[in-house]
Design a protein around this ligand. Structure first.
Ligand SMILES: Cc1cc2nc3c(=O)[nH]c(=O)nc-3n(C[C@H](O)[C@H](O)[C@H](O)COP(=O)(O)OP(=O)(O)OC[C@H]3O[C@@H](n4cnc5c(N)ncnc54)[C@H](O)[C@@H]3O)c2cc1C
Length: 504
């Protein structure tokens, strides 16, 4: 091997200062010495950021740990709250409600998944919802929060949590972190991009004011603009809007509600759904809809009618397309964040996919001369992740009995990816679900949505079915009773934020 192949990257340039750009800058600056590899981030105040992205999933805790971030300080700086799951209303049918909790649901017994015991109990007339057996859901319904207990015998060991954050404050917090570790921030709009003749690698970005920045590796964090990946490197976009038909959002922040709920709300509407995300200083609201089935004026009216408190500004419209780039690492450039793809925010997975992109880049850390093998491996892993998350989100739309609008008629009857179809069939016909290839969503997540949206399997595990009904009923009652009791003794979400030193 020649020396050039081992030459370290000397200058990484991150174009874009939204969550994607600053997450990359923060993570890389925590690992790289500025004496070996410089990092520059360019962002344009004139263009601004998308300014949404407030609900997260538990994996963000690992990202923060990797950066050595203090949790209470982080929550204070981002007006953050804790999130134990998502409440879905009106999805399976109008009037339905269920929680997709983080953490486990019930306890598997004799090596058999808990949901078989629940199904057996249900067949004998016990109608207690599945969420009664999830510590996260029980705490969420009671407005309570505490940290998980490391003792595996405690019901609190089943807690898992994430955060609700103010997206703008998050980018500011990470900027401060990254600048302290030597990242140089350049303000201005990139108007020209130069590439090497033979390889097509990006070499130099030129700003509107004439300043040039030369680098040997680039992150395209330019959001939906996808300046480097789409406009310069001409990478095609795989459109998934036939499966995920929402393409628009009306968003508005409102005054904070009285008590802070420790979960996100997602309420299905006529042509999409509306979110409610509580942060400490205000509530984030958005109505996601398909412009094929609803116009902007009606979507805005629905948003405003669904608010609990006074809006703090006029609603803002954001348009998007669901899908993913055909390749995410092209030449010497990785597309990260919205420039890589977007699956809509239903399960709060975008910041997670950014985190995964950064972690994979670090685990494959290239030398200055990037090899094709490395690029291909990155793409293989990242696209698999996008596909797995995509299927889980589609499930929410297709698993419905709603027939009250053309949008739901479309979703209920649409073709779905084969990968999802086989998963749904296996659950429907055999009540089984398996987690493949380290996929993000656990068996419990799939089960929560399947059962929450009325996909009830035809059969129950025969070993469980042969157990006396009274015995199963007794076990389940004591399990949910214990969780209720534990929840009663937990602090409220607000009390916990205060005690933890995270209250603003
Ligand atoms: C409606 C909606 C709701 C969402 N909700 C969630 C959620 O709850 N949870 C979640 O995890 N994710 C959510 N997301 C996704 C999340 O917002 C994004 O993944 C995240 O904010 C990252 O965005 P970004 O950094 O890729 O893009 P942006 O925030 O758009 O940043 C782009 C950056 O590029 C810069 N830029 C662009 N062009 C140039 C140029 N020519 N020169 C210089 N700078 C340039 C801009 O100035 C900006 O700094 C949501 C997205 C949408 C649309």
């Amino acid at each position: 091997m020649s020396d050039t192949q081992h030459a370290p990257l000397k200058h990484i340039v991150i174009l874009g200062g939204g969550s994607a750009g600053w997450m990359a800058a923060a993570a890389l600056s925590s690992l790289l010495s500025p004496d070996v590899t410089r990092i520059t981030l360019i962002e344009s105040d004139q263009i601004g950021t998308v300014g949404v992205g407030e609900a997260t999933i538990p994996d963000m805790i690992n990202f923060n740990r990797m950066l050595g971030i203090n949790e209470a300080e982080f929550l204070k700086a981002t007006n953050g709250t804790f999130k134990l799951g998502i409440e879905f209303k009106d999805w399976g049918k109008l009037g339905d409600s269920y929680i997709h909790p983080f953490g486990s649901i019930g306890v598997d017994m004799q090596g058999i998944d808990f949901h078989h015991y629940w199904l057996h109990n249900r067949s004998s007339g016990n109608s207690a919802p599945l969420q009664n057996y999830s510590m996260c859901a029980v705490a969420a319904e009671n407005g309570k929060f505490t940290l998980p207990d490391p003792n595996p015998r405690s019901p609190l060991s089943h807690l898992r949590y994430a955060y609700h954050i103010d997206a703008t404050a998050y980018a500011r917090y990470l900027r401060n972190y990254a600048e302290k570790r030597g990242v140089t921030r350049v303000e201005g709009k990139v108007t020209r991009v130069d590439q090497q003749n033979e390889t097509g690698d990006i070499t130099t970005l030129t700003l509107e004011n004439g300043q040039t920045i030369t680098g040997d590796f680039f992150f395209d964090c330019t959001g939906f603009r996808s300046l480097l990946t789409e406009k310069i490197l001409d990478v095609p976009f795989e459109d998934w809007s036939h499966w995920l038909p929402c393409d628009s959002a009306q968003t508005v922040a409102t005054e904070r509600v009285g008590s802070l709920i420790p979960y996100t709300k997602a309420t299905a509407k006529t042509a999409g759904w509306q979110w409610r995300i509580p942060t400490q200083h205000r509530t984030g609201n958005g109505h996601i809809y398909s412009s094929k089935f609803m116009d902007d004026a009606e979507a805005k009216d629905i948003l405003m009618a669904g608010l609990d408190t006074q809006p703090l500004s006029e609603p803002r419209k954001i348009s998007f397309k669901t899908g993913c780039r055909e390749t995410l690492w092209n030449k010497n450039c990785i597309a990260l964040g919205l420039s890589a793809g977007f699956l809509e925010p239903l399960e709060s997975t975008s910041l997670f996919l950014i985190q995964q992109g950064i972690s994979r880049f670090i685990s494959l850390f290239p030398s200055a001369d990037v090899s094709d093998v490395v690029r291909t491996e990155y793409d293989k892993q990242m696209r698999k992740e996008f596909h797995q998350v995509r299927d889980f989100i589609i499930l929410h739309y297709v698993a419905t009995e709603r027939d009250d609008s053309p949008f739901w008629n479309y979703c209920r009857t649409m073709d779905i990816p084969e990968s999802l179809k086989s998963k749904m069939d296996l659950f429907d016909k055999a009540g089984r679900i398996f987690r493949y290839d380290d996929e993000l969503f656990s068996k419990e997540s799939w089960i929560a949505v399947f059962l929450g949206q009325n996909i009830i399997p035809d059969v129950t595990d025969p070993i469980v079915s042969s157990l006396p009904k009274a015995q199963v009923d007794h076990s389940l009652k004591s399990m949910s009773g214990a969780m209720q009791q534990v929840a009663q003794n937990m602090p409220t979400h607000e009390e916990f934020l205060q005690r933890y030193g995270a209250a603003v």
